[in-house]
Design a protein. Structure first.
Length: 107
């Protein structure tokens, strides 16, 4: 089943990490994700699935699904939350926000 073409497509929705770029603003679960400069219209390229405040990074971080996933790592995106007419700039990062190589774990 995992060899089906749709599951192997390079532009399928995949898990990403999202970090907020605007101090004082927050990310919201369910926000629609658009690439920077793209018109904020329609279903976007993905959405935020969960959000929390990171005391380690001192900003909001989130997990989400995005078209093409981590091949867009480092790119700026816009998180649009139409219910409150909010837009927040963010960056696509690895879903392992802290100590991705495990260095702190093995000290």
């Amino acid at each position: 089943m995992r060899q089906r073409p749709v599951l192997q497509a390079p532009d399928r929705w995949s898990l990403i990490g999202i970090e907020c770029l605007e101090p004082g603003k927050r990310l919201r679960g369910g926000a629609i994700l658009f690439s920077a400069g793209e018109e904020l219209k329609g279903h976007g390229r993905g959405y935020i699935t969960s959000v929390t405040w990171s005391t380690e990074l001192e900003k909001f971080i989130a997990l989400g699904l995005y078209q093409g996933g981590l091949k867009h790592s480092g790119e700026e995106i816009v998180c649009a939350y139409p219910l409150k007419t909010e837009q927040v700039r963010a960056r696509i990062v690895s879903p392992m926000f802290i100590d991705p190589t495990g260095e702190r774990l093995r000290v």
